[in-house]
Design a protein around this ligand. Sequence first.
Ligand code: SAH
Ligand code: SF4
Length: 440
Amino acid sequence: MPVNLEGCRFFIKTFGCQMNENDSEHVAGLLIRAGAGKAPSPEESDIILVNTCAVRKKSEEKIDSFLGRLSPLKKDRDRVIGVLGCVAQLRRGELFKKRPEIDIIVGPDHYHELASLLSQKREGKLLKTSWNRVWHEIGSAETFRKSRVSAYVPIMEGCDNFCAYCVVPFSRGREKCRPAAKVLAEVQDLAGNGYKEVQLLGQNVTSYRDQETGEDFAGLLRKVSGVEGIEWIRFITSHPKDISPEIARIMADRPNICRQLHLPLQSGSTAVLERMNRGYSREDYLEKAALFKGLMPDIALSTDVIVGFPGETEADFEETLSVLKKVEFANIFSFRYSPRPRTAAARIADDVPLGIKRKRLIILQEVQKEIQLARNRTFIGKTFQVLCSGESQKDAGRYSGRSEGFQVVNFGSPRDVRDRFVDVLITGCGPYSLHGKALL
Ligand code: SAH
Ligand code: SF4
């Protein structure tokens, strides 16, 4: 069916993870194909889409307040307001009751139909959310990418792990994998179009399995690293129970796979990990981290940590701190536990008081800040290859990019080096970024 959104202007606000950012790039590409144009702000648009994240209570609250701010815009023009993503999938029709200004709710399994849904004139509201295990291919040609050198490439979606605290199996559905041939074709196409970096995406990339050929993540990674022209390959997120020595060996062998790994710990206490249903112990995690560090001493490891999971004692929390000290992560994302609908943990008492959760989060972040500062200081005087993403947001006339270890590097350069690899001499650092000057 020909889809026509000619003359319509759309604005997408994205919350959440890289998967959502990638989905928004797909949605933008599909709407542009149907004739619509991008608007610079919600005020100047005919269609406002909010791509949502449900992973923590705080994320849902932020989205609700954003939707509240859109409400006056509904009055001065005949606009369509749509909700996409994880909250759409999780809350479905409930959202219409809470926020009457919403016109359509579309879950991630229906983005390929979105342009057609928007172009049909209709009375009343529209709800389209469902899950199946079929991968809907939205290829490179339909994707509007923000960057001309770095691209997200989804390889799987959903999760079958059911960690006790996590809403993802309910908001993103069960695992489904993209055929390896399609992944490879997209990476080859990106390389042909001058892309230098790809990030393979999935809630659990290490669960990847091609439905037809049975190929696993290690096999896929090997194939992607054989694509000429792609200089940096990253992947996110890996699960500590599934990441294998084979993956470590491939990373160590292939120069175009970045020596960087995000490996969510969640807790350093085996008792808490068991109650979280994570499928590994503190010792298993430390062993895996040591394996990767042993093969690649310069690897940058990062992680996610939850504080205040039900029943977490002071001793459990101390165990988490001790893992941070042992592993010396390059970066961590840390969160206070919040109960999420439909999860197993939501059925047990959220018994760590808010004040204690807050205190633990501050301590954790302070400990990590010192680790990062000490680690970053060791880089002063070294030269890093940096993929420049553009001008620094804080400092006009300076540039910003990421190192192979995914660290933010801000630097001075006599020339515009946007979208290029550049060697940067590191001259200083803070706990969260490095600074230096381009060697041109
Ligand atoms: N697939 C990834 C994580 C996805 S969610 C993995 O397996 O680790 C991103 C992060 O949000 C999680 O790693 C966890 O640290 C945090 N998170 C998830 N549910 C949470 C909850 N109920 N409360 C607090 N943090 C949570
Ligand atoms: Fe959530 Fe666990 Fe699945 Fe990660 S592995 S998405 S934390 S259920």
